[in-house]
Structure formats: C-alpha cells, structure tokens
Design a protein around this ligand. Structure first.
Ligand SMILES: Nc1nc2c(ncn2[C@@H]2O[C@H](COP(=O)(O)OP(=O)(O)O)[C@@H](O)[C@H]2O)c(=O)[nH]1
Ligand SMILES: [Mg+2]
Length: 317
C-alpha cells in the first residue's frame, strides 16, 4: 500500500532475460502486486520471471505468457486487465528492460494519490541533459511525434509522448476499453487520445532519461516515424469524431475540416504559381488572389481550431 492506495505494477517484457531481475529486485516495499507479461519471448524471460515470483513473493507477482507476440501495447493491455480485476487503485507501467528508475515512483503516483491527475507519465525532456543522454535520432523522432500527439490528443501541455513510465487511476482503468487499444509502439499515443475523449486529467512528471543499462530497444526510428505519424493522423480524426461530434459538440470540427481543405489547396496552388512565374512568365492576378484567399482563410481556420481545442482542454492539466 502507498498512502492507503493499492499499487499494481505492469511489466511488459519481450526478450528481457538479462534485465527483468533488475526491475523486480529494485521495486520498493509499498508495491502490492506485479504483473509480468512475457510477450512470447524467444529467450528465458518466462522461466526467470517465474523464479522471481517465488523469490519475491511479497510482491504477489503474476506471470502471464502470451502465446503469440502482441507488441508492447498488447502486453500493457493484458496487464491493465489483470490490475482492473484486482481493483488496483493505481497501476503503473514499468518496462521490463530496467529503463525506469523505481526511486521516481512516488513522483509519478503522488498526483494520482492526491487526485490531481487521472493519468501521469514521465517526461524525459524536462531534464537539462536530455539531449546529451538520449540518442539523437530518438530525441528528434520523439520531438516530432510529441508535436503530432499534442494536436491529435488535445493534451497540448503533454510532451515526450513516447515515454512508457506511466500511472493510471482506477476510474480511468475502468473506463477505457483495453481490447481496443493499439497493440504496438503507438500505444502511448493511442491511450492519450482515448483519455482525452473521456476528459481525464493528464500530468507530465519530470524523470531522468536512462539509457545504456543493458537494454536493447526494438524500435527502429526511421521506420517508426512514418508508421506512427499515420496512426496519429487517424487518431486525430477519431478524437474529433468522438469528442466533438458524438459525445458532445463543438464547431471547432468545422474549423479543422475547412482549414484542412482550404489551406493545402491554396498553398500548393500558390507554389505552382510561383514556379510558373519564375519559369514561364506572368500569371493571372485572379489566380494569385485565389491562392492567397485560400491560404489565408485556411490558415486562420486551422489556427482557430487549435486555439478552441486548447481552450476546451485546458482544465485537463
Ligand atoms: N520490442 C518489443 N518490446 C516489447 C514487445 N512486447 C513487450 N515489449 C516490452 O516493451 C518495453 C519497451 O520496449 P523497448 O523496445 O525497450 O522500447 P524503448 O525503450 O522505447 O526503446 C520493453 O520492456 C519490452 O520488453 C514486443 O513485441 N516488442
Ligand atoms: Mg527500452
């Protein structure tokens, strides 16, 4: 128990035989239950986890093995469902590769204990050394995805969207449909969008970036960014539909739609006109006017839509 709240830890694992012991052996005493999800590893993660569950039986460790690989999101969903069954007041996700510092647990869960947030997540970018400590390709990829996730999720104050160190309260755990959550690396982005649809409060907590502890990442940033960008794009429309049309209504949807239609037409037509002016010769004034009108109104629509969205979500900090 932590300040009279029961605390569950979900540990998604894929080939973590060298790392999992470190994760479990460093957990603080106030942890009530641990769910290790072995995502169909090829190594001895499952056997090692089972022996850890005997060695550290005060943590009530349950080890679940996926018969097929589901991805990190699928593993987290399995863990969440077990925590939900146990009615854990707070459920924290800590990766099985020891990249999360257990000393930071109180920082992550206190806002939930004090009912200041429904979901908290670590943010590695607040640290002054983030650029030095995080591999550069990941840092840049993360920044792009974080910006897109702000737009898609409506949590404009949340950054480091790909961080996996998170805590969730029982109410949110009971509300989200875990079978629908995205199963692979886009899981954090997907979950933020779902939380926003139900107006849950999300807080970023500064944490230390930890690299070089023997972890082997499954992420290939170059392939990941286009794939996740497509997912985030889809999630954006999913949220607009569910939050501002189905569950409630806000005209910002129309602002976004008009903006997304008018701005690209105006912008690309403008580019074409610039090319024509340079390489061919004079262009029609009305064409230039047409392009300018579309670009300017489209841009206004987009910026207003963002502003309205920010305003609607500002109480969810
Ligand atoms: N790569 C990978 N990791 C998984 C999978 N299922 C669960 N995980 C776990 O998810 C966590 C985060 O994955 P990792 O590749 O370290 O991501 P990163 O820390 O963001 O680079 C680790 O604890 C993995 O063991 C899977 O299918 N593939
Ligand atoms: Mg990792």
């Amino acid at each position: 128990m932590y300040k009279n709240k029961s605390l569950a830890i979900v540990v998604p694992c894929h080939n973590e035989e060298t790392q999992i012991k470190k994760v479990i052996s460093t957990l603080p005493d106030f942890v009530d239950m641990v769910y290790i999800i072995d995502d169909c590893s090829d190594d001895n993660t499952y056997e090692i986890s089972q022996s850890l569950s005997e060695e550290y039986n005060s943590f009530n460790i349950t080890v679940l093995r996926h018969e097929t690989n589901q991805g990190v999101g699928g593993s987290i969903a399995s863990g969440y469902k077990m925590a939900l069954e146990a009615k854990a007041d707070i459920t924290v996700v800590m990766a099985g590769d020891a990249q999360m510092d257990p000393n930071e647990l109180p920082d992550i869960i206190d806002p939930i204990v004090n009912d200041k947030a429904d979901y908290t997540k670590g943010n590695r970018l607040f640290s002054g050394q983030a650029w030095e400590m995080i591999p550069h390709v990941r840092y840049l990829g993360n920044s792009v995805l974080s910006l897109l996730t702000k737009i898609a999720s409506g949590y404009w104050h949340v950054a480091d969207s790909q961080s996996g160190y998170t805590a969730i309260n029982l109410k949110a755990l009971q509300t989200i449909n875990w079978d629908k959550m995205y199963k692979r690396y886009g899981q954090p982005n997907d979950l933020l969008v779902r939380l926003n649809i139900y107006d849950f409060r999300v807080k970023d907590i500064p944490i230390k970036p930890i690299y070089g502890v023997g972890e082997r990442s499954g992420i290939k940033p170059i392939r990941m960014i286009p794939r996740l960008s497509r997912l985030i794009f889809r999630l954006f429309f999913y949220r607009l539909l569910h939050k501002y049309i189905i569950r409630d209504f806000h005209p910002l949807v129309f602002f976004y739609i008009f903006g997304l239609i008018l701005f690209p037409i105006g912008f690309f037509f403008g580019l074409y006109l610039v090319g024509a002016r340079i390489f061919v010769g004079p262009i029609e004034e009305t064409s230039a006017l047409f392009s300018a009108l579309f670009t300017i109104t489209g841009l206004q629509f987009l910026l207003f839509a963002m502003w309205f969205d920010m305003d609607t979500n500002k109480h969810l900090k």
